[in-house]
Design a protein around this ligand. Structure first.
Ligand SMILES: [Fe+2]
Length: 200
């Protein structure tokens, strides 16, 4: 018997946001992409989209889903706030290598313009060691990374310290996502001297 301890939960569900609203978000971001440092980079906006009116419904949705996600995992009901929100546009062949979101508790991705072949998000295992024996067959214990397949309009959320990446966009159409970081408004217990409240 193999007992699978400490699994890593990733939330994935349709956002329920209207297709017209997704188009509106893409249009709002279009003039906001920063100049690219290198031709191989993808396009990104500044990280303050959460302050703009048009993104307010997405901010609200992210917070509600984060509360529900953490509650379903067994944590006490905790309010969250969005610390950063930014747009990403990947043209054909563009990708992002594995990375984590520092100084953040929970991160999310809304797939604004996305279809099969746009490049899924992959989550990577964090090994304590780089020692490795050869793999005979792919299992959840051997592969080291796992895709979370998404559809346009889906919302995916995960703990910010899980390394993740996007495979190259194989489409002519741009892959457009909105990423965001969230922090709990309060954590810990007053009687244990672990209490921390800094927002909300
Ligand atoms: Fe990321």
């Amino acid at each position: 018997m193999i007992i699978n301890i400490f699994p890593k939960p990733v939330y994935s569900a349709p956002s329920g946001l209207a297709p017209e609203y997704l188009v509106q978000l893409a249009e709002a971001m279009e003039p906001q992409y920063r100049p690219r440092q290198q031709a191989s980079c993808f396009w990104q906006t500044e990280g303050n989209l959460q302050e703009q009116e048009v993104f307010a419904p997405l901010v609200e949705l992210g917070v509600e889903r984060a509360k529900a996600f953490m509650s379903e995992l067994g944590f006490v009901e905790t309010n969250f706030y969005v610390t950063q929100m930014w747009g990403n546009k990947y043209q054909q062949k563009e990708l992002i290598p594995p990375h984590v979101h520092n100084n953040s508790f929970l991160s999310g991705v809304l797939y604004v313009q996305f279809s099969e072949g746009s490049g899924n998000t992959y989550f990577a295992e964090q090994y304590d060691s780089d020692l490795q024996i050869e793999i005979k067959q792919p299992t959840i214990y051997t592969v080291g990374e796992q895709a979370v397949p998404a559809k346009q309009g889906d919302l995916v959320m995960f703990r910010s310290n899980i390394p993740h990446s996007n495979y190259p966009n194989r489409h002519d159409d741009d892959r457009i996502t909105i990423a965001f970081n969230m922090m709990p408004c309060e954590m810990g217990r007053k009687e244990k001297f672990t209490y921390l409240k800094w927002n909300g």
